[in-house]
Structures are given as structure tokens and as C-alpha cells.
Design a protein. Structure first.
Length: 50
């Protein structure tokens, strides 16, 4: 596995990796992609609670 892949796996939580990858492909910077993916995940969970 390349150093970049190892670093990606160590930085990005497993539960949001797919969404982060989608955002990265759209040109988002890594940190923004992580924040947006986590925020999206929290919003979905809050919506399901209602």
C-alpha cells in the first residue's frame, strides 16, 4: 500500500471514507471533505431521530 493510502486510512474515519472519497473526486480539499462528510452523517442521524 502506498504512503498516501496509509495516511488516508489513518486520517479518515472508516465510517465516512466513502463520502470523503466522493467529495475528493469533486475537487474538495481533504479537511473540508472530512468535515462535510461528518456533518452530513450527523444531520442524517438527527433527522432519523425525529
Amino acid at each position: 500500500m502506498s504512503d498516501a493510502a496509509t495516511m488516508f486510512r489513518s486520517i479518515v474515519p472508516r465510517d465516512i471514507r466513502r463520502k470523503v472519497c466522493q467529495l475528493l473526486r469533486q475537487g474538495w480539499p481533504l479537511i473540508h471533505a472530512i468535515v462535510v462528510a461528518r456533518t452530513w452523517q450527523i444531520a442524517v442521524l438527527m433527522h432519523e431521530r425525529e
